[in-house]
Design a protein around this ligand. Sequence first.
Ligand code: HMG
Ligand code: MG
Length: 298
Amino acid sequence: SLPERITLVEVGPRDGLQNEKQPVSTAHKAQLVGLLQQAGLREIEVTSFVSPKWVPQMADNAAVMAAIERKPGVRYSVLTPNMQGLEAALACQPDEVVVFGAASEAFSQKNINCSIAQSIERFAPVVRAARDQGLKVRAALSCAVACPYEGDIHPDRVDWVAQALADIGVQHLGVADTIGVGTPRRVQAAMQRALKHFPLHEVSGHFHDTYGQALTNVYACLELGVHTFDASVGGLGGCPYARGATGNVATEDIVFMLNGLGLHTRVDLDRLVDAAAFIAQALGREVLSRVGRATLAK
Ligand code: HMG
Ligand code: MG
């Protein structure tokens, strides 16, 4: 049987916007976070504390954190790749921080400018310091199925990086299909390796929808009992270091499927579509998600 309670981590404000070329105002970003929490999302990835030279769209990280109106019961997370990022993040009082590594050497180099082994060394003090502050620490594991530079990634690679992340005190692992080429059995194989090192309630799926497989991969993970998924409102996004990759699975598409399965997210679909419409309009484009478009057309 499938898990009954599902947690959705809304990554639209971060993963969804980080690759956006046009400027998006701090006020619009904060307003998006507001609409998402009004729709009932309780975990929101707000921004990243990364180099503004690498990812200019996230340069207003501290301003966004200051501008959001925090709602009790909502957890706000931010990406922190190194101590410099963590220090800047701590000043903004996130509830959770996210380190991000990869199962692919080439992607690690392109994304965070170091090898996998070096990344673990860099993350260790970040994890320690964050946990000393009482913050939860999550890790994202990119290229858990395939890499834009190396091609297919063997599940053994997921195994050892997951182990290394667990060893340094990471509490939760997000298994990411960065380029969205994963199909259900391959995604399950990667997830099963992650589950050797993290319990069911501390793994999540992060599936980009580039090849239209994301929702199916969510379902495949539900079959394993996984009940936490990242999703991006309106299907926004992509990674600056994975060319051509599209956004995460759209939050409204997941919510629609889960509602149909009788699984509870406590997310209000109409309000979620309002949030998708808001950010699409701010970006001057159409809502990309299927459920978003269908709902707005009614
Ligand atoms: P680096 O160049 O190796 O760092 O970058 P460095 O320590 O050598 O410092 C070089 C310069 O960067 C210095 O500035 C530092 O101050 C600055 P300069 O003296 O030249 O003016 N710097 C920073 N500035 C602000 N915040 C920081 C920071 N650290 C150094 N935290 C670094 C290493 C990781 C910082 C860099 O490679 C970087 O910022 N990469 C961005 C990666 C990124 O944001 N990628 C997208 C998010 S991950 C993702 O999307 C995947 C995910 O969704 C899962 C999936 O789908 O796969 C999570
Ligand atoms: Mg991503």
